[in-house]
Design a protein around this ligand. Structure first.
Ligand code: TYM
Length: 335
């Protein structure tokens, strides 16, 4: 694998896929198309990144409820059994994160977009500054080479790469260096009401431009039919001049495995395009909602699956934490 280093304690493993989703709001269509539906590797590691949801003021009860909802949605979306877990159940993440904080620089962390946008004020939580080290730990613990994420996470994966390369150079070969995200369809689904901005789960709960995976189907259809377009009536894929129509075409392409530029040619009106986008989105969301409803009738089965995921993640991540601990000179001082 060009550009990747395979340290000795990871030898023999296959290309591992890993990703997480932060329970900081209701899960959206953007999260699903950009990330969740790509969590398909039965040997992968996919988690609810609840430790990442505390970098700004949070409500503990809402965090606990969203964590459970996200884990259930991941299972409902068909993420393979045994691969799903809750980050805080696996203490190796927080442990490695501290070691990585000790190898990261204030300069590189100050350049992270989230920190530049929301941080650098007296009451900013310290974790908003350091959480990119936690994300690097999430990735490096499992020797993950593939990290299926949307385009907004590229800077974080790049930092994880930089941290891994520097650690390996300074303390000896310890981490697999992850690859940069390969462009996939729908890596940046836009808000339907404001199509130059990303669709975001931190939007207000009643925001009309955000499609939430658990919204009732009639609400979702209405939101799509009301999506902002433009005053022409020509269906064309043109991000700079027609962001609304282009977003609808990208969503349609992602839901139907089509090509957005080709799809544009089959529409003569915005109304017809919106109808098809609504049908395609609901065809993706409907089975997920049905499976979610089925799973929630059996909380014990969800607990069992999450315990399985937790145990497997702990087993898989412990050797890497131990290797990093030793490499930094922490182990072996107690007789
Ligand atoms: P988060 O929770 O903000 O987003 C979860 C995933 O959804 C993708 N995404 C989108 N994709 C397409 N269009 C959109 N509008 C859109 N909005 C969000 C994100 O790119 C992401 O893949 N820090 C991460 C979670 C995390 C993580 C990790 C990811 C923690 N540790 C380790 C990968 C590996 C986050 O907050 O994502």
């Amino acid at each position: 694998m060009p550009g990747s280093v395979r340290p000795t304690h990871r030898k023999g493993t296959i290309m591992t896929s890993l990703s997480g989703i932060t329970p900081s709001g209701r899960l959206t269509l953007g999260n699903h198309l950009g990330a969740l539906r790509r969590f398909t590797d039965p040997d992968g590691f996919y988690f609810v990144a609840n430790l990442h949801a505390m970098t700004t003021k949070h409500d503990p009860r809402r965090l606990a409820a969203l964590t459970r909802e996200f884990a259930t949605l991941m299972l409902a979306a068909g993420v393979p059994e045994g691969t799903v877990f809750i980050q805080s159940d696996v203490p190796t993440h927080a442990q490695l994160a501290y070691l990585l904080e000790c190898t990261s620089y204030v300069g590189e962390l100050s350049r992270m977009i989230q920190y530049k946008e929301k941080g650098n004020r007296p009451m900013t939580r310290a974790s908003l500054f350091t959480y990119p080290c936690l994300m690097a730990a999430d990735i490096l613990l499992y020797g993950a080479e593939r990290v299926p994420v949307g385009g907004d996470q590229d800077q974080h994966v790049e930092l994880a790469r930089d941290i891994a390369i520097r650690f390996n150079r300074e303390y000896g070969e310890t981490f697999v260096v992850p690859q940069l995200n390969k462009a996939a369809l729908a890596t940046r689904v836009k808000d339907l009401a404001n199509p130059t901005a990303k669709m975001s789960k931190s939007a207000a709960d009643d925001a009309i431009g955000t499609i939430r995976l658990l919204d009732p189907p009639d609400v979702i259809r209405r939101q799509i039919m009301r999506a902002v377009t433009d005053s022409e009536n020509e269906v064309r894929h043109d991000e700079a001049n027609k962001p609304g129509v282009t977003n609808l075409l990208d969503i349609l392409a992602a839901c139907t495995d089509g090509d957005p530029v080709e799809l544009a040619k089959s529409y003569a009106s915005y109304g017809a395009l919106k109808q098809d986008v609504a049908d395609a989105v609901l065809a993706v969301i409907d089975p997920l909602q049905k499976e979610y409803a089925r799973l929630t009738t059996d909380p014990g089965a969800i607990d069992h699956l999450l315990a399985q995921g937790r145990d497997r993640a702990l087993d898989a991540s412990t050797p890497c934490l131990q290797a990093a601990t030793r490499a930094m000179g922490l182990a072996g001082s107690t007789p």
